[in-house]
Design a protein around this ligand. Structure first.
Ligand code: PLP
Length: 294
């Protein structure tokens, strides 16, 4: 994934009344050093991020991503992002994207040790080719998340439900899934509740009903899943949030992993058992997800 664009941002306070933030942006060479060695995002993973899918220069679901950035900032006690400023940075990044699929990342870090402000930056890169996952599907194994489904409520300092930069555990889970002969993982709680994948939401079909685990059990509320629900509903399908127990997985009729850049990847095998793949439905859902969405 070649990063072609990087923009450092001097974060504005949420009540800043400026309408043009050009002077707060500094475009930098994406291959040159740009961060202080005292940066807390690199030292401790102390910060938050968003990955936005871009199709032919159109950044998808910008408002939903900005709302989630603000939500993550609240959970992490970071200053509220100035949404108009971030929107302008995203516009500059998307203007730099080539035709085809790209990914824009927004990063808001705690800043440097004892520093006055957070550090913020935006990058844009060509997206990897996800056609194999979308068309041929992914094999998934369930992995224990090591926490119960009430942990988010009981221990908010775990920052479950915030999109923090601390993804080392998520990446370790994907490596473990690969060691077990799969492509991706599906986290389950110690009390038997289905959560999410390390970098995606899960969508399941039971009969005619499309189901996703309710956000709140410490999972991220996926922007792609919200979009998929609106598409399913517009197609006259039933889409519901509910708690899904791990023992229900064996009777799921189909499943997908949903995320902003890979989009809908059908699950063709779950814990070694084959799952039916409705290739036509997946193709229509991905065509919708690739169409311009605001
Ligand atoms: N859950 C986790 C843990 C994620 O990291 C992601 C995306 O990166 C998602 C869910 C899906 O979110 P979105 O659809 O907004 O990309």
């Amino acid at each position: 994934m070649a990063t072609r664009f990087a923009l450092m941002i001097a974060p504005a306070a949420a009540d800043d009344t400026r309408t043009d933030f050009a002077e707060t942006f500094a475009r930098v060479d994406p291959s040159a050093p740009a961060l202080s060695v005292r940066e807390l995002s690199t030292q401790r993973g102390d910060g938050i991020f968003e990955s936005i899918g871009v199709v032919n220069g159109h950044a998808q679901e910008v408002d939903a991503h900005l709302e989630r950035l603000a939500h993550s900032a609240r959970l992490c006690d970071l200053p509220a992002p100035h949404l108009a400023q971030w929107r302008q940075a995203i516009a500059l990044a998307s203007a730099d994207c080539e035709p085809g699929e790209s990914v824009i990342k927004l990063i808001l870090s705690r800043g440097i040790e004892h520093g006055p402000t957070p550090t913020a930056w935006v990058t844009a890169a060509t997206a990897p080719d996800n056609s194999a996952a979308r068309e041929r599907g992914v094999r998934v194994v369930t992995l224990d998340r090591g926490i119960d489904s009430r942990a988010a409520e009981r221990a908010p300092w775990l920052l479950l439900g915030a999109k923090t930069l601390s993804y080392a555990g998520n990446m370790a889970a994907i490596r473990e899934a690969k060691r077990r002969g799969a492509d991706d993982a599906l986290f389950v709680s110690t009390d038997g509740v289905v959560l999410e994948a390390p970098t995606a939401s899960v969508l399941l079909r039971f009969g005619d009903a499309f189901v996703t685990p309710a956000p709140g059990a410490g999972i991220l509320h996926g922007t792609t899943q919200v979009s998929a629900f609106s598409w399913l509903e517009s197609e006259g399908r039933e889409a519901v949030y509910r708690t899904v127990r791990t023992d229900e997985l064996a009777r799921a009729d189909a499943a997908w992993l949903l995320s902003s850049v890979r989009l809908a990847a059908p699950v063709i095998e779950l814990d070694g058992a084959p799952l039916a793949h409705d290739a036509e439905l997946t193709a229509s859902l991905n065509a919708y997800l690739l169409s311009p969405r605001d």
